[in-house]
Design a protein. Structure first.
Lengths: 357, 51
């Protein structure tokens, strides 16, 4: 959470994540280079610069594929949520690795002529009407340009100034970048006399990524078109029993036409807040109460459960909902209160009085 | 995530998913298919043809 901007708000968790990330990248490229240099010798030998280009490109596309799987995987199982925590560093690192590949390619293939290397990438091959001879390199340049914009705007400064909605929409361009990269490889590398294993790997990964996104997308869309509450008199909705909710955890309630609501059970009773985190719209109802605060499962932003405000000195605020408990049923007023509105938690009657009710 | 964003995600993948698969299939087909203009060397008069 931020009251002022710092390049990176480090903590132990992020350091370990980044250390593993960098170690993984270095290991990947080193193993690729060593295997490449020792396996292909004589006439099959590849120049070390070509090998570096291939090592970095393979590393980058592997990282991008993982990045694209993390989101839907975390929706399918919370086991993958820890990977979301520092996904931005993953993304920026991937961009830097892809940049090495792109820069080496530009200078290695286009740097020795009289034409400006960047112009040469776009003009040296104009066979836009051919599939097998298609100028695949401009596709890589476009993808790299998108990845650059995303890496450059990855900081919370841009997130806040563009608003999370615009920022998230902008960052959906990563899907377009992925499509461009798939075509960059299909129309470039795969058209050479290379093993079918590469085609199978690329195609197989693409099928997995697309299926994951479609399965989770359809699931969420079907859930959004349901109504999980039952009207209970004027202005109140019965959203379930207090006994359905574990202490310090929440139930996410979907009411038709409204944003999702996180109904928390905590030491003082029941409180209802928006399910949408002020940071990147993470699902607050899938988090839990840590140190007295609702803690977002994505990047750990915290909110006081009774007023939706981040504890001082932080300033984030989310909407709250009026809530009552009748017997052991939880009733929520689906009209959201303005962000940060104090709502007294509804107290839970003891089990015995609940049984009588 | 907000409702509108979830819907946008689904629409984007409903469009991009098939596009990516069609692109991949076309690319692999181009690799498989024999080249359209097969190369025939021009007949060069040889020494034997000479009168
Ligand atoms: C300035 C932008 C880029 C240029 C000029 C470029 C150029 C190239 C070239 C010339 C090749 C063929 C190399 C060979 O025959 O071995 C290639 C292959 C490849 N590129 Fe790119 N590329 C760019 C961006 C990207 C980006 C952003 C990615 C994303 C990961 C990427 C991923 C790949 C992959 C996976 C291959 C196949 C393996 C290989 O041969 O390296 N490229 N690229
Ligand atoms: S979305 Fe980032 S902390 Fe909630």
């Amino acid at each position: 959470m931020s009251i002022q901007y710092r390049a990176v708000q480090w903590n132990r968790h992020k350091r370990i994540y980044d250390l593993l990330l960098v170690a993984g990248v270095v290991l990947f490229i080193a193993v690729f280079m060593i295997v490449g240099l020792t396996r292909w010798q004589g006439t099959a030998a590849a120049h070390p610069v070509t090998l570096l280009m291939r090592a970095t490109s393979s590393c980058a596309i592997t990282m991008l594929s993982i990045i694209l799987m993390i989101g839907p995987a975390a929706r399918l199982s919370p086991r993958f949520s820890p990977l979301l925590y520092n996904r931005r560093h993953f993304g920026v690192t991937m961009f830097l690795v892809a940049l090495i590949h792109g820069a080496v390619a530009v200078f290695w293939y286009h740097g020795f002529g009289i034409v400006n290397p960047i112009v040469s990438v776009f003009t040296s091959n104009a066979r836009y009407d051919s599939l097998s001879g298609f100028p695949f390199q401009p596709l890589g340049v476009l993808a790299l340009a998108i990845l650059f914009v995303m890496a450059a705007t990855s900081h919370d400064f841009w997130l806040k100034n563009l608003t999370p909605t615009v920022w998230k929409t902008l960052h959906m361009l990563v899907y377009v970048a992925y499509a461009l990269i798939v075509m960059h490889v299909t129309l470039g590398f795969l058209q050479d006399d290379v093993s079918w294993v590469y085609g199978a790997l690329l195609g197989g990964t693409a099928v997995v990524i697309i299926t994951l996104h479609l399965v989770t997308g359809v699931r969420e869309w079907r859930r959004d078109s349901r109504d999980e509450g039952q009207a209970f008199g004027e202005g109140w909705i019965d959203v379930g029993s207090v006994d359905d909710i574990e202490l310090n955890h929440a139930k996410v309630v979907v009411l038709r036409g409204c944003e999702r609501i996180a109904v928390y059970r905590h030491a003082d009773g029941i409180s209802a807040i928006s399910n949408v985190c002020a940071h990147q719209n993470g699902p607050l109802g899938e988090g839990r109460i840590v140190d007295g605060c609702v803690t977002c499962p994505w990047h750990g932003y915290q909110y006081l459960v009774h007023n939706g405000q981040s504890p001082p000195p932080y300033t984030e605020k989310i909407p709250t909902y009026d809530v009552r408990v009748e017997g052991r049923r939880i009733l929520v007023n689906p009209e959201a209160n303005p962000p940060g509105t104090e709502v007294t938690p509804a107290s839970i009657p003891s089990e015995t009085s609940g049984d009588r009710a | 995530m907000i409702r509108a964003h979830r819907r946008r995600h689904l629409v984007v993948w409903l469009v991009l998913g098939p596009l990516i698969l069609i692109g991949l299939a076309l690319g692999l087909w181009a690799r498989l298919a024999p080249p359209v203009e097969s190369f025939t060397p021009p007949s060069v008069p040889s020494a034997e043809d000479a009168p």
